[in-house]
Design a protein around this ligand. Structure first.
Ligand code: GLN
Ligand code: ZN
Length: 763
């Protein structure tokens, strides 16, 4: 007897973001399609070779993608929205759906479960049809190029449809509206239709002699009702009909499986994959319900989502537990969640990252090594490598910080002053008119700004020169805001590359990789900071720039900070300490900054939380706990300020409905939100809730260079005035203006200020 192994979701970007470079050069017309495809193939071959080296029993294929693996399924089953159908070339059409053209707006893009990966939302219109058997192509390619038998991996039909939107006629209207497929009455028939296309795909694979296929079905971990579960099982009956020679695996991840017994028993497939890393619920369920004798278990025992080295002893114990319920010959060890959430390799971090920290880390390539080692330990009796992980973790301990957060859960953390009172005093003190205008923080990061930063980094200019340059930019920004007659100013964030990185670099406990890129969407990659130790603030982080900006004007300048929840959600963080403790640690560091700003005479402080919602657990029953500590962490940053200090926050996503009471509980004086894309619809959530704190309405979309006319912004603002107390309304853009140019920013803001003036006349 011996265990088998597999992995899936190995990063697609290449060790040095080769994929990005190739595709973007093609978009810019610098290289031909053939050249691009050749480069892309090299990236794929390189990654396949690394994967093959891991001595796997099931080598994955079809897990590479030019843009997005959900979009890959859309084009496979011919789900092409009408507006792209006229594009002849398949590849151009594919990129057009992702990025839009001058005639057709791009498909919506949204976050993949609770991760920072974004997928292209399928728009269901017309029938599914198998037009391109990608798994088959990929299987044949791997066989021919690399001489290996592979297991094609793709998003399962159920998950695909759960993430889709369908066109539906609005009640009492002729208008068609996109609604979530999972909420549509058509869900079941659509699922069955898609299932038969998947069946056809499998039949072709079977014909070719393919031995195994993996369907990724993370949607199975969501809160699903009986109806959905039954539809799922029926759909898999259709999918697997007549498929006798292929082992079909359904892998679930990011959370544990509810309906454990029913799904493991009744889903008509050869194997089920479970995530044993995210928490112990799958193991508990395994103990409770056992595992069907006729199925294999793809046991996700190695983390795909966080960069911490696998603790072999711990995993071996886990496998021992699992073996009590599933015989060894039916166990296939794998990563739990896909590996693309990790950077490719630690190789380029050697000599860059702190050596003690390197001892704790493992990226995708290191995961491959780990799975290989695990197999050798179990099957060949290889000695367990000695590890002193705890010892290394202890090196990053800061007892003072740990002490400071110890008791937080036992206290109510809240500003003592009543909102109405304090808001009135603030407005008076600041001398603000009705409908105050402001911006969200960043101003255009021009080529010049980026070039100077690069020069500074390379040592081509001195710190002093760089600082003077930043000062000039701030000065210019203040002058422009004076000219525009905005009411509350910002300094422009010219010294910041990224709102999380900037703070991480100034706090203890954060590390930054040299090359630790992770795909965020398409060719866009991010380099998440790694929070490896207790977090603290050795010295002030933002005071110099803000105070300088304030010295140039009579108008209030907003202090600008990134909130604790956002910093945490956009970073890798420790798994051996509770997430909320890390949030509290960051919050306390930020509180010191808030108090320093206040001491320096800053009267308005904005603490951005755009990733507040992102950390929301997938399962409803776990959301309250998260929201509780997330709100608390936010409040911790500012609960000790004076009554007259005005606290703003900013969020820029549009699904506020379910969490509005928690946003209210954050108790900020003003929250600025995105409202233009939904034409002000979002305000409804605030209206329904009777939200009675300040609201900054994002009246224009900063994602486009277009200068919105006064009437357009006025319409959104007026809509708000109808439902929200006019004394609470602020006027601002949707989000920061960092990606815009000054040429469009100035006229757009001019119009925006005009809107406020009209409102003041009218109301
Ligand atoms: N203050 C930040 C900025 O203006 C906010 C960015 C964000 O919400 N993502 O850039
Ligand atoms: Zn924003």
């Amino acid at each position: 007897m011996a265990v088998k192994t597999t992995i899936f979701g190995y990063p697609k970007i290449g060790p040095n973001r080769e994929l990005k470079k190739a595709i973007e050069s093609y978009w810019k017309g610098e290289i031909s399609k053939e050249e691009m495809l050749k480069k892309v193939e090299e990236v794929d071959i390189d990654r396949m070779k690394r994967v093959i080296n891991a001595d796997l029993d099931y080598i994955p294929s079809n897990d590479f993608s030019l843009y997005d693996f959900v979009l890959d399924v859309s084009t496979m089953v011919d789900m092409i929205p009408k507006r792209f159908r006229n594009i002849e070339d398949g590849l151009d059409r594919y990129f057009a759906m992702a990025r839009g053209t001058k005639d057709a707006i791009a498909c919506e893009m949204t976050k993949w479960f609770d991760t920072n990966y974004h997928y292209i939302v399928p728009e269901i219109e017309g029938a599914f049809k198998l037009v391109k058997n990608r798994p088959l192509d990929s299987y044949k390619w791997a066989k021919e190029k690399l001489g290996v038998e592979t297991k094609p991996v793709l998003v399962g039909a159920f998950t695909y449809l759960m993430l889709s939107k369908v066109y539906e006629r609005q009640e009492g209207s002729l208008l068609m509206k996109m609604v979530k497929a999972e909420e549509s009455e058509k869900f079941k028939p659509l699922l069955f239709e898609l299932a038969s296309v998947y069946n056809q795909m499998l039949r072709e694979l079977q014909e070719e002699g393919v031995k195994a296929v993996q369907f990724d079905e993370p949607a199975l971990v969501l809160d699903l009702d009986e109806d959905k579960i039954n539809a799922l099982i029926d759909a898999y009956r259709i999918i697997t009909e007549g498929i006798t020679d292929i082992e079909i695996f359904v892998h679930t991840y990011y959370e544990s499986l509810d309906h454990f017994e029913k799904i493991t028993k009744e889903l008509p497939v050869s194997g089920i994959g479970l995530d044993f890393v995210v928490n112990n619920e799958n193991l508990e369920n395994l103990k409770k319900y056992g595992f069907p004798e006729d199925k294999k278990l793809q046991a996700g025992v190695i983390s795909g989502r966080d960069p911490w080295k696998t603790d072999y002893k711990q995993v071996l114990n886990l496998i021992e537990e699992i073996k009590k319920y599933v015989s060894e010959d039916r166990i296939i060890l794998s990563n739990a969640a896909p590996l693309f959430h990790l950077p490719v390799s630690l190789e380029s971090e050697k000599g860059h990252l702190n050596e003690d920290l390197l001892e704790l880390l493992s990226f995708a390539d290191e995961r491959l090594e780990e799975i290989k080692t695990l197999k050798q330990i179990i099957n060949k009796g290889k000695e367990i490598p000695s590890q002193t992980l705890q010892e290394f973790r202890d090196k990053f301990k800061n007892e003072e910080v740990q002490k400071a957060i110890e008791d937080i859960d036992n206290h109510e953390i809240k500003r003592p002053h009543d909102f109405k009172e304090r808001y009135k005093k603030q407005i008076e003190l600041l001398g603000l008119p009705r409908f105050p205008t402001t911006t969200i923080g960043s101003f255009p990061q021009t080529k010049e700004v980026r070039q100077m930063r690069a020069k500074f980094r390379k040592g081509e200019i001195s710190a002093e020169e760089y600082e003077n340059f930043i000062k000039e930019q701030i000065k210019k920004a203040i002058e422009i805001q004076e000219e525009l007659e905005l009411d509350v100013f910002v300094h422009g964030e010219f010294e910041r590359t990224d709102m999380v990185e900037f703070f991480g670099q100034k706090m203890d406990g954060f590390a930054f990789t040299k090359n630790g890129w992770v795909q965020s969407y398409g060719t866009r990659c991010v380099r998440p900071p790694i929070i490896y130790g207790d977090v603290s603030r050795p010295e002030p982080m933002t005071i110099k720039e803000i105070v300088y900006a304030q010295s140039l004007t009579e108008k209030p300048v907003k202090g600008m900070l990134t909130g604790p929840v956002t910093i945490l959600n956009w970073s890798f963080y420790r798994k051996d300490i509770p997430k909320k403790d890390i949030a509290y640690q960051i919050a306390i560091a930020l509180r010191d900054e808030v108090l320093d700003l206040e001491k320096a005479g800053i009267k308005v402080i904005q603490i951005d939380e755009p990733a507040f919602r992102e950390g929301l657990p997938l399962k409803k029953r776990k959301q309250e706990e998260y929201l509780n500590w997330a709100v608390k962490a936010f409040r911790l940053t500012n609960n000790t300020v004076a009554e007259t200090t005005q606290i703003h926050t900013h969020m820029c996503y549009s699904e506020f409905n379910e969490i509005i009471e928690w946003i209210y509980a954050m108790d900020s004086d003003v929250i600025s939100i995105e409202a233009s894309r939904s034409k002000g619809e979002i305000i409804e959530a605030f209206e329904k809730f009777n939200y009675d704190h300040g609201i900054g309405v994002g009246v224009y979309d900063i994602h486009s260079p277009r200068v919105p006319p006064v009437e357009e912004m006025l319409e959104i603002a007026e809509r708000t005035v109808q439902v929200i107390d006019k004394n609470l309304i602020w006027i601002n853009p949707d989000c920061g203006l960092k990606t815009r140019g000054w040429e469009e920013t100035i006229p757009a803001l001019k119009n925006m200020v005009q809107v406020a003036k009209i409102l003041r006349e009218k109301y």
